[in-house]
Ligand binder design. Structure first.
Ligand code: ADP
Ligand code: MG
Length: 251
């Protein structure tokens, strides 16, 4: 059996007396396109925060490529190939797409962010940045400032910045949040075309997008996994329909 890219065993997280993560066993296959769904307050973001190390687990274990990372701080997990997106900060907002991505590539290669200007001399950094930009279909806006771009494009830049670290596992918490429907499909189509060796675990509310993208879905309810299965299994499960899909249809 191949080693899962990411796995949790009996993972718990309490905030005081409130149990936000209630014994989660999650298995994300290497190269998987795995979606985490569930009603508001189900504990999806908390679970992602436990995986990245932003929050520490109350008990249980987390494995990355079969290695126990439960006790590792965030930056060590990043070093081992676990990446998440962050909102573009103001520094990036004033830079062009190419500058931003080149800086992230340069940082991974050990150039400090302060030395951005000399980086321009290193053609291979720019080449790698240009390739990433092309992969995320941002080539036509590469020389524009990120703050001037549509929100959907900005989310793609955030994903490009995360990919600059060359992660094996990418975690995305509602990548299409705030993105107009007209752009969200394009965003997900681009995500679907990421290299197969990058494992993706994402949270998404829009069921159309989830079913287009995911090959595996975990349904989280009340901090626990109600069901894990293929999109077909999840779509036809009566309990899921009652707890989650039924609710979504009422909105
Ligand atoms: P989801 O992302 O599925 O909507 P969250 O993981 O954000 O859910 O939250 C799950 C539950 O945990 C919610 O009831 C939320 O209020 C609670 N929670 C999340 N973070 C904290 C915190 N830092 N302190 C106390 N309660 C929290
Ligand atoms: Mg959330």
């Amino acid at each position: 059996m191949t080693v899962p890219a990411l796995q949790t065993k009996e993972l718990f997280k309490s905030f005081g007396s409130f149990v936000a993560t209630n014994g989660v066993d999650l298995t994300v296959a290497a190269g998987g396109r795995h979606a985490l769904i569930g009603p508001n307050g189900a504990g999806k973001t908390t679970l992602i925060n436990l995986l990245t190390g932003f929050l520490s687990a109350t008990s249980g274990e987390i494995f990355l490529d079969g290695k126990d990372i439960t006790a590792l701080p965030q930056h060590q997990r990043v070093k081992r190939g676990l990446a998440r997106t962050f909102q573009i900060n103001r520094l990036f907002a004033d830079m062009t797409v190419l500058e931003s991505v080149a800086m992230a590539v340069g940082e991974r290669r050990g150039f400090g962010a302060r030395f951005w200007r000399p980086i321009g001399r290193f053609g291979d950094v720019l080449d790698e940045a240009a390739q990433l930009i092309e992969r995320l279909k941002l080539t036509d806006v590469a020389t524009r400032r990120t703050r001037d771009l549509a929100y959907g494009k900005q989310r793609l830049i955030e994903i490009a910045l995360a990919l600059a670290a060359q992660p094996r596992v990418l975690l995305l918490d509602e990548p299409a949040a705030g993105v107009p429907t007209s752009e969200s499909r394009e965003l997900f189509d681009t995500l679907a075309q990421l290299p197969a060796d990058v494992t993706v675990l994402l949270i998404e509310h829009d069921m159309d997008l989830v079913f287009r993208f995911a090959d595996r879905i975990s349904v989280l309810v009340g901090g626990a996994v109600l069901l894990e299965g293929t999109p077909d299994m999840v779509a036809t499960d009566p309990l899921v329909r009652e707890v989650y899909l039924g609710e979504a249809q009422d909105v």
